[in-house]
Design a protein. Structure first.
Length: 115
């Protein structure tokens, strides 16, 4: 594993996210306050593109079926949206899995992600 450049920190505003490619990994990079977070950009449920989801604080909501994850540690906040039969079936077929997280740091204004 090595740190790979993911752009300038000054170009990522507070409360925003973007997708970057680093060593063939699609990574969601987000800034919340002074903190940066790097996670897989694909949802562990069925590959929804999380950069098209909704970011609220450190919580990202998948645009496909509404699963929610905390960018701080990748933990599942909610697995699938709703509590109906389809959600229960979906959870049975695919059990909750956390988002993969990556170490991230800033050096000289440059964001570096460890992949
Ligand atoms: S693909 Fe993300 S919740 Fe289904």
């Amino acid at each position: 594993m090595a740190y790979v450049s993911a752009g300038e920190v000054g170009q990522l505003a507070d409360g925003t996210m973007k997708e970057v490619m680093a060593n063939d990994h699609e990574i969601l990079l987000a800034r919340v306050g002074d903190s940066l977070y790097a996670v897989d950009s694909r949802c562990p449920h069925m590959g929804g593109k999380l950069t098209e989801g909704r970011l609220e604080g450190t919580i990202i909501t998948c645009p496909r079926h509404g699963s929610r994850f905390d960018l701080a540690d990748g933990s599942v906040v909610r697995w699938l949206q709703g509590s109906g039969l389809l959600s229960r079936i979906g959870t049975t077929l695919k059990s909750p899995r956390p988002l993969k997280t990556y170490n991230v740091k800033v050096e000289g204004g440059e964001i570096l992600v460890e992949v």
